[in-house]
Design a protein around this ligand. Structure first.
Ligand code: SF4
Length: 475
């Protein structure tokens, strides 16, 4: 099996956007395109847009970055006042064009396209059931399973809200969906709100997106988050419905959106990601002070936390590593030497800023530890005297089943090692991890509003019995 290593060993699965112009003469595809640009950090494998002009649906998908996939030629073919878009990083299904999104399909009542952020963890059984009903699959992803479930249910009643309510009782996992069914835009967020989804408006246009940064680029205003368990039907009017769920169902927003995934300039579930990361850095400085010359981030995702550490501690902020932003992903190399080369491709040290210095190195998280270890070697070679690693996320001890391709349990460095052992393995002079309770405080939501499954092993949804099979099918 080929595995990939992302910037810091973690990858999210996808960004989504939906847009509806209440002025039907307006072509919405350019706004979706720009929104996808802003969401590019959430997935770089493929990109796609589906639009509807009142008569027909058009879809264009391709492998690669948004700028590689779309051009004036194919954008001209995407006409219509309503549409959805998707950028993908795979966690279920291989990285190939058949698995790119939006998924689209024709059925008796018209056309449907689905874009999904999340992971349906019981998709293997659901796929088997649908195959028995005669459905053919073009892809290997859970998102196509949802597309078929929806058409199956919608064909029975012709009521999309009833169809979504019915399938919500059957699918387990995390999901934010934008769905284009004929010329209606349907928006769905799972009952516990694991994945983010926000609602915005500009003039006669309504937008939904994984993050508010997609609104900023098109000049839309953030109105509110789509509520967990909410179904929005957007056409000439906007109607909100609730999924069947228990009163006071606890929320479980992914804490990793704040720690790592989301862009710092986004607002997620009412919290500024930038402020959360500043708080994380400040808390690390209070909890783990150290006599050092300078505080430095592992770029880019730990920059804000390092600024927070610097402000709180009074230590000078500096740059010791420069990130090469143009190399995308690299394969996990089989030997330590190759792994170090791969890290050097991404991070180059500035010797003059490092030689003879005692540094506080701030990182957003440590997953397998392989990247951190290689980075430590790079810094030592550059002449750093002492490395004090401060990590903005508590030890990750369990895998994520909700769309974050982290690692299996045995690959996680903290699954069977205490902090002191990890310190020795990484080769740093001191190591401080943010505490779980402090992380909750830094985010500013209640503990009962956050998913922390990968930190505690306690997950906010039931896990299917065959979870190992599901894990084996992830890539
Ligand atoms: S298990 Fe961890 S990474 Fe996965 S959704 Fe929960 S908090 Fe996020």
């Amino acid at each position: 099996m080929i595995m990939y290593q992302g910037d810091f060993e973690l990858q999210d699965k996808c960004g989504i956007i939906g847009a509806y112009s209440h002025k039907k003469s307006k072509n919405i595809s350019r706004s979706i395109y720009y929104g996808l640009y802003a969401l590019q950090h959430r997935g770089q494998e493929s990109a796609g847009i589906s639009t509807h002009n009142g008569e027909k649906m058009s879809t264009y998908r391709g492998m690669g970055l948004v700028c590689d996939v779309f051009n004036n030629g194919n954008m001209d073919g995407l006409d219509g006042h309503v549409g959805i878009g998707h950028v993908r990083y795979s966690t279920t299904g291989k990285s190939e064009i058949e698995n790119s999104q939006p998924f689209f399909s024709e059925f008796e009542s018209g056309t449907i396209a689905v874009a999904h952020n999340g992971d349906i963890i019981n998709s293997i059984e659901l796929r088997r059931e649908l195959k028995l009903l005669g459905y053919n699959f073009r892809s290997t992803t859970d998102s196509e399973v949802v597309c078929h479930l929806l058409t199956e249910e919608y064909s029975k009643t012709g009521d999309i809200v009833a169809a979504i309510k019915n399938i919500s009782k059957r699918i387990i996992g995390s999901y934010s969906f934008v769905i284009l069914i004929n010329e209606d835009l349907i928006v769905v967020r799972d009952p516990i709100g694991i994945k983010p989804l926000v609602l915005g408006k500009k003039d006669e246009m309504t937008f939904v997106a994984s993050e508010t940064v997609a609104f900023d680029v098109v000049g839309a205003n953030y109105l509110r988050d789509v509520e967990p368990g909410e179904i929005l039907v957007i056409n000439d009017e906007i109607k909100s419905y609730k999924m069947p769920m228990e009163e006071n169902t606890p929320r479980a927003h992914c804490m990793f959106e704040y720690v790592y995934f989301a862009r710092p300039d986004s607002i997620i579930d009412g919290r500024s990601v930038y402020n959360v990361r500043l708080n994380i850095g400040k808390t690390l400085a209070k909890e783990f002070p150290v006599d050092a010359d300078v505080v430095m981030p592992v770029p880019d995702s730990a920059i804000t936390a390092a600024i927070g550490y610097s402000r709180e501690s009074g230590l000078q902020y500096g740059e010791g590593l420069i990130k090469n932003r143009y190399i995308g992903r690299t394969f996990i190399m089989p030997t330590q030497e190759e792994r170090e080369t791969s890290v050097k491709l991404k991070m180059n040290p500035i010797k003059s800023e490092l030689e003879g210095k005692k540094i506080v190195l701030v990182d957003d998280s440590v997953v397998r530890g392989t990247t951190s270890k290689a980075l430590v070697n790079v810094l030592r070679e550059a002449g750093v005297k002492e490395i004090h690693l401060r990590v903005g996320c508590p030890p990750i001890t369990s895998p994520c089943y909700y769309g974050i391709a982290m690692a299996t349990k045995k690959e996680l460095i903290a699954s069977d090692k205490e902090v002191e052992e990890i310190r020795k393995t990484l080769g740093v002079d001191s190591l401080g991890y943010l505490d779980k309770a402090d992380l909750v405080k830094c985010i500013g939501l209640g503990r009962d509003e956050l998913c922390m499954g990968c930190l505690t092993g306690e997950y906010p949804t039931p896990l299917p019995e065959n979870i190992e099979e599901y894990e084996a099918n992830r890539c």
